[in-house]
Write a protein that binds this ligand. Structure first.
Ligand code: GDP
Length: 463
């Protein structure tokens, strides 16, 4: 079967639409020869005679049709992004111009690149491992400064290094066990098993640290979810709008009109915060649409990292307030006593027990009083979550990688359990093998085509 690396691939690598420049990328064993067909005469040295990593201005043409006045960059294998010979055409940023250049390359034998194929080649040619490839996707997708920082660090190989260290530790333990099984008569140091159980404990701690780091990473990448809850008419939508500074949710004076959970993401202090405005969580939800809304609200509470409980301070606490707060047990949050512009009929001391540990703020969504304090509190909460050290050790993972870390943890925990019981070395070794196999899925050793397809199909074409 012909290797896909034998093909020459071409794609527009800049975003769709018009711009000052647009870049067409070409990669493969014959990339330089194919590009040569577009350069015609008068371009100076032929491309293949040029030094790598040089830029040349050229009039591009093909089949007698003028294409563009462009800059042509040549990067020779192995010193290129993909590890193959690569040519980049820096053209005028008009989609028609770029399509013309791509079309000419196709006629000369290149084929259109699949999504993420340039990065996939970088992986197949050993330029980066899978976790670095994931980080490249993260750099492109990052929607906040912190998420970007995180992905950039990881593109440098941070996760790979930590996984490699864990793997090395596990391999050592396995080697020791296997040696003992194979040569039982030999005097291998520490045959009480104490030695490897200590190493095993260390591996267990490191694996758990990786899992914590990836949870932090996920929060940084996806941001914090804040659910705005409270009974109908308390002012949830008004506060949601104030926090967004836009009239996104529909504010109505009637009870229970915000049927659906609406969510929007805002940037607070470089961190993405997703605000979820829930439907009124109440007992008399009536019709089917209302019930569906309540179900969604409950899901929003469960998924949220942080809750904003909105109470209408112009009426006394009610059973509904108690019912809703019962569902927020164990979560962290802020109690917002809204409508502070109206005469107060709510006493803080009477608040539901679940809210007693939360800070309370008097706010008027109508006037805008206290809204900045809510923002500050959410930022403060973020910062306690992401202390500097947590942020430094955080890693981003795909769902598969996170799953692999958990499988590794399962293997290590079983191995620990078995080795405590003693005398089951073979089984310990098998569990360690499971843990090691799981880690291989993170760096991409022995990754199968299907897995690679899944990963790289998320990328855009031209990356
Ligand atoms: P939700 O059902 O909890 O989403 O509540 P809404 O945001 O739709 O607000 C319900 C009603 O309370 C609307 O008529 C708002 O104008 C009013 N309201 C919201 N916040 C305040 C406030 O701070 N002061 C006063 N006086 N009215 C408010």
């Amino acid at each position: 079967m012909k290797s896909i690396l034998a093909d020459n691939i071409v794609a527009i690598s800049t975003p769709p639409g018009k711009g000052a420049i647009g870049i067409v990328r070409l990669s493969g064993p014959h990339a330089i020869r194919i590009a040569g067909f577009l350069l015609g005469g008068g371009a100076g040295k032929p491309l293949d005679a040029r030094a790598t990593h040089t830029l040349q201005r050229a009039q591009l043409a093909h089949d007698g049709v003028y294409l563009d006045d462009a800059l042509v960059a040549v990067m020779k294998s192995p010193r290129s992004y993909t590890g193959e010979d690569m040519v980049e055409f820096h053209c005028h940023g008009n989609p028609l111009v770029l399509a013309g250049v791509v079309g000419a390359c196709l006629k000369e034998g290149a084929r259109g690149a699949l999504p993420g194929e340039f990065t996939r080649r970088a992986f197949l040619n050993g330029k980066i491992d899978l976790s670095q490839a994931e980080a490249v996707a993260g750099i492109i997708e990052a929607s906040s400064g912190r998420a970007l920082e995180l992905s950039m660090r990881q593109a440098g190989g941070e996760l790979s290094r930590r996984v490699a260290r864990l793997m090395a530790g596990l391999l050592d333990i396995r080697a020791e066990i296997e040696a003992r099984l194979e040569f039982p008569e030999e005097e291998i140091e520490d045959d009480s098993g104490e030695g490897h159980s200590f190493a095993l404990l260390r591996a267990a701690v490191e694996c758990r640290a990786l899992i914590t780091a990836q949870t932090e990473g996920m929060r940084i990448r996806d941001g914090v979810r804040v659910a705005i809850i409270g009974k109908p008419n308390a002012g949830k939508s008004s506060i949601f709008n104030r926090l967004l500074r836009a009239e996104r949710a529909i504010v109505t004076p009637e009870k229970g009109t915000t049927r659906d959970s609406i969510e929007e993401t805002v940037m607070l202090d470089g961190m993405a915060v997703t605000l979820v405005d829930t439907a009124g969580i109440c007992r008399d939800h009536g019709d089917e649409a209302g019930k569906a809304g309540v179900a969604r609200s409950m899901a929003a509470v469960d998924l949220a990292d942080f809750l904003l409980f909105i109470a209408d301070a112009s009426v006394p606490w009610s059973g509904e307030d108690h019912e809703i707060t019962a569902r927020s047990k164990g979560k962290r949050g802020l109690l917002v006593l809204n409508k502070a512009d109206l005469p107060r009929r709510m006493e803080l001391e009477d608040r539901p027990g679940e809210l007693s540990a939360w800070k309370a703020l008097w706010v008027s969504a109508m006037r805008g009083d206290g809204i900045e304090d809510i923002k500050k509190y959410i930022i403060g909460y973020n910062n306690t979550l992401y202390g500097e050290s947590a942020e430094e050790s955080a890693i981003v993972c795909s769902a598969q990688q996170s799953d692999a870390l958990h499988r590794c943890d399962d293997g290590i925990q079983s191995a620990l359990e078995l080795s405590k019981q003693g005398g089951q070395e073979e089984l310990v070794s098998m569990e360690l093998k499971k843990a090691l196999d799981a880690l291989e899925a993170i760096t991409g050793e022995n990754a199968d085509e299907e897995l690679l397809d899944r990963i790289f199909s998320r990328f855009c074409i031209g990356k």
